[in-house]
Write a protein that binds this ligand. Structure first.
Ligand SMILES: Nc1ncnc2c1ncn2[C@@H]1O[C@H](COP(=O)(O)OP(=O)(O)OP(=O)(O)O)[C@@H](O)[C@H]1O
Ligand SMILES: [Mg+2]
Length: 230
């Protein structure tokens, strides 16, 4: 799916927290970088339809947001809420909501368990999980939906290094078959490992974007040069 933003902005009171002139997402992994408060989560929530722009437009294959689009996009929010149920029920919750039958749900969930070593967590109540364990369950809950577009807001925050690498393998697979993943991270090494495209945000604006190799090894913006120590 091709997602285009045009003159898209979001205001809270008199502050413009998102201000994107023109931006296109197509196939592949897009990594969004930028300092705290630069508008990354706001952009993702507007693209996912859980937040509204104050002005401008977001088009999905040239059309507005409708039921078809809603069913094609899933989002893992920055601080995901887990239901007071077992890990398995949490992973399956989105599929249950879509009224998939039990057998199919179990086959689908099974397909994703190997990415992390979470077998022993499946019957545990979510409130007993550690922070990193919660992050894994939340990422799996999003992955099993297999949507065409997936938005991930800091999905590996709280994960140890080995688990983050496993998560990255999963994220790469989530973009396979011509699908789109847009991921926010503060981990520049993660961006280098998985990004096809990189966007840098500052004060609501996209200050640099392009192919990952170009942006990360040869940025034009002085602020990014400084951050990347180039
Ligand atoms: N509901 C709201 N009301 C008022 N201000 C808001 C609201 N939501 C976000 N903001 C402000 O909008 C700005 C952008 O927030 P956003 O969450 O998009 O930043 P971010 O780039 O995701 O930051 P972080 O790296 O800390 O997650 C921040 O200054 C934030 O305080
Ligand atoms: Mg954020």
């Amino acid at each position: 799916m091709i997602i285009t933003l045009e003159n898209a902005f979001k205001d809270y009171g008199s502050t413009r927290v998102l201000n994107v002139e023109k931006l296109e997402f197509n196939k592949g992994i897009y990594v969004v970088l930028g300092s705290n408060g630069s508008g990354k989560s706001t952009m993702l929530s507007c693209v996912s339809g859980i937040n509204n722009l104050s002005g401008g437009s977001i088009r999905y294959d040239g059309k507005g947001f409708d039921v078809m689009v809603r069913n094609s996009i899933s989002m893992l929010v920055q601080k995901p809420y887990l239901f007071r149920k077992t890990s398995y029920d949490n992973i399956a919750s989105g599929l249950k909501f879509k009224r998939m039958d039990r057998g199919e749900i179990s086959t689908r969930v099974e397909k994703y368990l190997h990415y992390f070593d979470v077998e022993s967590l499946l019957e545990k109540k979510s409130s007993w999980l550690s922070g990193g364990e919660r992050a894994k369950i939340a990422l799996l809950r999003t992955a099993v939906l297999e949507t065409e577009v997936t938005l991930l807001d800091e999905p590996t925050a709280g994960m140890d290094m080995e688990s983050s690498i496993k998560a990255e393998k999963l994220i790469e697979d989530m973009s396979s078959g011509g699908r789109t993943v847009i991921i926010v991270t503060h981990d520049i090494y993660q961006a280098k490992r998985i990004a096809d495209y990189v966007l840098f945000m500052d004060k609501g604006k996209i200050i640099e974007e392009g192919r990952s190799d170009d942006v990360l090894s040869n940025p034009k913006n002085p602020l990014i040069k400084q951050i990347l120590n180039i």
